[in-house]
Design a protein around this ligand. Sequence first.
Ligand code: UDP
Length: 329
Amino acid sequence: MKILVTGGAGYIGCHTAHKLKNSGYQPVVLDNLVYGHKDSLRNAGITDHYIGDIGDCYLLRRIFAEHEIQAVMHFSAYAYVGESVCKPDLYYRNNVVNTIRLLDSCVEEGIKCFVFSSSCATYGVAQTEIIQESHAQNPVNPYGRSKLMVEQILKDYETAFGLNHVILRYFNAAGADPSGLIGEDHDPETHLIPLVLYAALGLRENIKIFGTDYNTPDGSCIRDYIHVNDLAHAHILGMKHSLEKRESLIFNLGNGKGYSVREVIEVCKKITKIDFPVIEEKRRAGDPPILVGSSRKINEVLGWEPEFPDLEKIISHAWTWHKKRHAID
Ligand code: UDP
């Protein structure tokens, strides 16, 4: 079965395309390579791929003509929270307008299932210790709002055009495939775990903690880190269920356990056995203090369970990848 994976040369898209391939599916990747990497496609063993934009309806028509696509997994998006505050136009144009173009092509082609990378950023500031899917969605930055807009559009497209969706609201994706072949490679990198590991590798002088005056036990922000392969697995389970039952689904994807920025840095120091300077900085714009998600619903409905719930394991896979990648460069 052929699955179109947009953004399949990016971090989560590439791990999912790799898992699809290893699970007997045929991923067809569409990526404009603005943030994705051709090397990732090669290392993930992806042979069917197109370089171009999700908003290019002519290219989409060609892909749908050349492949009998059964479902679409949509990963392409700009995903820098800080940048989205300064450049909202970019985020709404790419994440919302271009997604509408992609959705229109899906409707035109009679696609039955659309799997969407949404985000815990759609919730905004948590009102409960652990966020359930029913939690109010009041995003506090344009990135989160762009994801929420697409969620709402998907519900309207289901009602009007019968396009079923699987919305997956990720908490913080982290780690790398245990093979060490593919992993996280953003440019610029803004995410905590890779930046801490860059400090351990001596690729940066220090790691900065953005905000030490939050109302949390150690004053730094708390996040729920989930292994990228566990995310990838959830996409496949969700798609299968939606195609079989012809229904739409919405799930959180987290481990239900939060770690502060200070704790993440300590675990990185433990795994790498390397010490490096840690600097306390002021808060970063758009950061909610605590985001921890319950994945009980996806466990109950799809039987999903994380294979790598342990933060040390997540960071050790990321460490294997970053060491290998930077030794090669
Ligand atoms: N963070 C930090 N220093 C950094 C990068 C991130 O203190 O150099 C913090 C950030 O403010 C947030 C947490 O680490 O509280 C996770 O940030 P990341 O960018 O990895 O993911 P986000 O939660 O923004 O999606």
